[in-house]
Design a protein around this ligand. Sequence first.
Ligand SMILES: *Cc1c(COP(=O)(O)O)cnc(C)c1O
Length: 338
Amino acid sequence: MINLVSDTVTKPTPGMLQAMMEAEVGDDVFGEDPTVNALEAKVAALFHKEAALFCPSGTMTNQIAIKVHTQPLDEVICDEYSHVYQYETGGYAYNSGVAINLIKGTNGKITAEQVESAIKPEFDWLPKSRLVVLENTCNKGGGSYYTLDEVRPIAKLCWHEGLALHLDGARIFNALVETGETPQAVGEQFDSISICLSKGLGAPVGSVLIGSKDFIKQARRIRKVMGGGMRQAGYLAAAGIYALGHQVERLKEDNARARTIGAVLQQLPYVSDVRPVQTNILIFDVKPPYTAASFLEKLEERGVKASPFGPQTVRFVTHLDFTEDMMDRVIEVLKDFE
Ligand SMILES: *Cc1c(COP(=O)(O)O)cnc(C)c1O
């Protein structure tokens, strides 16, 4: 079976498994796991930030960031497609007691002008605008990415208005291999950043939250109360260190394969709208009489799994375990349909 459901489906490579087996570990709740400490130091340095925190998931790193940046009755401003709004079980309300102020962006991306007009004036009866969250790349936006030129005016506005700026950078490296921009330059624009090790980077578990020393000090307490304090987590952190050392540049291949499949889809009579393919996520519509469900069923009969993203909408995600041969096979199957 060829699996295009998500880039989370990857399994550790032999090199990664070996790095995990050989990890030196300790009790990370006491701050005594050398491999976790090394991963946190590595990621903080990569983004030119003071400190970092290893967590079990990207949902947790985002939720901790919202909790640390806000007080109850504050609000978070973000695009309506944002993962923090769509796919985190409403955690912003549950964990932080905050409201959300959604912006209708373009493929999941918002502008400084839109943020500026979303900021609420200070009245007793209004939630207080406190935090802006950007997502790069944007998952529901079809893997769209921000360039630094697009981020800078938003960062400047946030600084001016006293708002915190958090980056949900679950797939930030998929963007950086395209733009050629550096993690350091990204780090300068944001108060906090969350990255995922278990998406395109191919680690089995883990996300890292990055920010100032004081921010991470508070984040550690929130991680603990959320049940995210892990003990010999160095075995998992080792996979993250390995991924950052060996599996970043190859994300270009995932992005390129998505683009190749996207170009084929454009030509097919049963496909109506292929969203711009910027990284490793491909979103498109199938025309009636197909529905997403009937199309995916037919695809699965031919050995390809993917996910529905709406009644007529389908999502493919390319990843480490999706090879060139598999891509050729998928294209063959797609061309065979009518
Ligand atoms: C996957 C993802 C996350 C985190 O998801 P987890 O499954 O909790 O690790 C956060 N943001 C985006 C944009 C994602 O795609």
